[in-house]
Structures are given as structure tokens and as C-alpha cells.
Design a protein around this ligand. Structure first.
Ligand SMILES: C[S@@+](CC[C@H](N)C(=O)[O-])C[C@H]1O[C@@H](n2cnc3c(N)ncnc32)[C@H](O)[C@@H]1O
Length: 350
């Protein structure tokens, strides 16, 4: 999982608070992720008596929430390829007195023989799809295990490019003006204003404004990779009171913050930063910029998170999840928009 080096982008810092295990980090994120998980489960029409399969359950955050909704009637099979997670789920099920949560260790290759032992009213694939290999064959086999009204719900993350582009801004002039007025000691002022006043005027007002706009966006994007930027907005364990996130942004940002801090950021041996951490850092910094300059950015639906991304538009248009499930013999029942960070497609056999 160690990604290419990104040290050239980030200032090296002395090494690091002890890193947490993935299991510890996952468990600590429980409260942060609760609203997200509830939003997903609210759309699944879970009923007591159902049999639910949660593929790739991790340490079981969604699986235990599902069990709560089944109110002791029905079964939850929570599968994992990581033995520590299975062990953790078994302990939790015992502790919580949930005898209908069954944690199962499965093989990473193909469809484990275990899956054939039951019929499922719902199969949940929650932030797991891209881990599964040869998905068409895999889900064609899973289809045979569904009850007559059985469905597969696939929750995936929206593709989120980190960089801002010109099209993200609906009020570029206002944004540049505001930036220029940032006090030098503010997190934005220090980094962003440095570049702007030094631009040489050409005498062509339109051209000067264009260069100023480009410089402002360039500076903002450069700041996305700054490992200590988000710290300006953090107070104790969470964000400062004046950070004005939407509820979804807050959940997402809290989770990113939690993951980064679990990995020891910003006191991490930065040249060895993982690619996923680096992306998390950029997303968190971007959310902080969005909340600060919201009024100058495109808004509504997926904007300003995905506003100008050709990759995002391609993904939505081509919908690779739907294409793969259709090839595996399913039809789309419903696509749930969990904008801006997640989406869920529910499939039934064709
Ligand atoms: C990003 S985590 C998501 C965990 C959980 N669904 C959640 O939302 O909290 C993905 C999990 O899928 C597991 N996984 C990967 N490949 C798998 C496979 N073929 N079968 C079952 N689990 C798998 C990983 O071990 C990991 O715990």
C-alpha cells in the first residue's frame, strides 16, 4: 500500500507519534462515521427477519448498525479477509449480546464456499467494490444466492479530484479581491498573497486579470499539498467553531482528519507518506478552502466538490458500477444520490 514518494511536495518533519493499527483507527472512527452509515441504511428498507450479507465488513461498523435495525430477528453475515477484523466482530457480537451477527473469514480469491450456504435478502458492498477482483464472475455467482426479492446494494465513493480549476469559480473577481485582503497572518494570507502582488502588469487589463486569476488558483492548489495547512483550523480533537462546514462536509472532514492523525500527520516521516494519506490531505485542505471561499464557488449538487472534473463527469456518464452489474446479470433498481461524497446503486437480478 505504500505509494510513490511525495516528499518533494511536503516538508520533512521529525518522526512521528506512534502510528495506530488500522483496527484501532477504524474503531475510533465509529462515532464520526455514524451519520454517514445511518444515511446509507435509511435507504435500504431493512426489516426484522431479513438475512443480510455484508461483504468486506471491516471491523463491522455497518454490520452492527444493520443488526440493530433487524431488532434481533434475522441474520447478519459479515465477511472479511482480515482475521483481526473477524476476531474483533466476534468479540463485539458477544459483548453486545448479538447472537445474529456472524463474522466470517473468507478467502481473498473468488467467491468463498461460505457464501453458498445461505440465501440473502440484501447483500451490502459498502466501500469494498474496488477491492474485489474479477467482479463480473464474482457477482454473477452471488446472484444465485439471492432470495426471490433479494438485492445487492453497492456504496462507492464519488471520484473527487483535488485541484481547483477556473470553472469551479463563479465569481473569480470577488475571490481574488477577497484573497488580496486576507490578513498576512491568516493561513490563506501568508501562503496565497505572497504570489499575487508580485505579478507584473502588462497594461492590458483583461490579460492582467486573467493572470491574477490563474495565479490565485495556482496558489490555492499549491496549498492543497501543505501538510500543516489543516492544523490552522483544528482545535483540540475537532475543527474550530468558525469553520462553517455543511453536515456532510463535517462528517467527511472529521473522518479525513481522524485518518491523517491516526497516521501521525503532520509529524510523519513525510517522504514515505502513503498515496491514500496524501489524497486525504488534499481533500481535507480542499474542504477547508471550500468552506472559506464558498460564496465565490459554483454550488449545488456535486459542486463545488466535483464541478469541473471531466473524470467525475465521465464516471457518472459511463457508470462503471452499473455496467459491471449488468454484465453480471443484474438490473439497476435505483440509484441513490448520497451527494456529495458517496453514491449507492441497488441492483436486482434481471
Ligand atoms: C474500506 S474497507 C470498508 C469496510 C466496511 N465495509 C465499512 O464501510 O466500514 C474495505 C474492506 O474490505 C475488505 N476486503 C477486501 N477484499 C475483500 C474480499 N474479497 N472479500 C471480503 N472482504 C474484502 C478489506 O479487508 C477491508 O476491511
Amino acid at each position: 500500500m505504500i505509494a510513490p514518494l511525495v516528499g518533494f511536495l511536503l516538508a520533512a518533519a521529525p518522526c512521528a507519534a506512534a502510528q495506530k493499527t488500522e483496527l484501532e483507527s477504524f474503531i475510533e472512527s465509529q462515532d464520526i462515521r455514524r451519520p454517514e452509515i445511518e444515511r446509507v441504511l435509511d435507504r435500504l428498507d431493512l426489516k426484522p427477519g431479513q438475512t443480510v450479507l455484508d461483504i468486506g465488513a471491516g471491523p463491522g461498523l455497518p454490520a452492527f448498525k444493520i443488526a440493530e435495525r433487524l431488532k434481533g430477528q434475522g441474520e447478519v453475515f459479515a465477511t472479511e479477509v482480515v482475521p483481526e477484523y473477524v476476531e474483533h466482530m466476534r468479540k463485539q457480537a458477544k459483548l453486545q449480546g448479538l447472537s445474529n451477527v456472524h463474522a466470517v473469514l473468507v478467502s481473498t480469491s473468488g467467491v468463498d464456499a461460505f457464501y453458498g450456504a445461505h440465501r440473502y435478502d440484501l447483500v451490502l458492498v459498502y466501500r469494498v467494490l474496488w477491492f474485489i477482483r474479477d467482479r463480473e464472475t464474482y457477482f454473477a455467482q452471488i446472484r444465485n444466492q439471492l432470495t426471490p426479492k433479494g438485492r445487492v446494494a453497492v456504496v462507492t465513493e464519488e471520484y473527487q479530484p483535488a485541484m481547483f480549476t477556473r470553472e469551479d469559480f463563479v465569481d473569480m473577481k470577488g475571490f481574488v479581491t477577497e484573497l488580496m485582503r486576507e490578513p498576512a497572518e491568516s493561513p490563506f494570507g501568508r501562503e496565497l498573497r505572497a504570489l499575487l502582488p508580485r505579478l507584473q502588469k502588462t497594461g492590458d487589463e483583461k490579460r492582467d486579470n486573467e493572470m491574477l486569476s490563474r495565479a490565485a488558483i495556482f496558489s490555492l492548489n499549491r496549498l492543497l499539498s501543505e501538510p500543516s495547512f489543516f492544523l490552522h483550523f483544528v482545535d483540540g480533537g475537532g475543527f474550530r467553531k468558525d469553520v462553517s462546514f455543511t453536515p456532510e462536509e463535517r462528517t467527511h472532514a472529521m473522518w479525513q482528519l481522524h485518518l491523517l492523525q491516526s497516521e501521525g500527520l503532520p509529524n510523519v516521516n513525510v517522504p514515505l507518506m502513503r498515496y491514500s494519506e496524501y489524497m486525504g490531505l488534499q481533500h481535507l485542505n480542499k474542504l477547508l478552502m471550500i468552506q472559506r471561499f464558498r460564496k465565490h464557488l459554483a454550488s449545488g449538487g456535486r459542486s463545488p466538490y466535483l464541478a469541473s472534473s471531466p473524470e467525475g463527469a465521465w464516471q457518472r456518464e459511463k457508470d462503471p458500477v452499473r455496467r459491471e452489474f449488468e454484465a453480471a446479470g443484474y438490473q439497476l433498481e435505483k440509484k441513490h444520490d448520497l451527494a456529495p461524497f458517496l453514491q449507492m446503486s441497488v441492483f436486482q437480478p434481471r
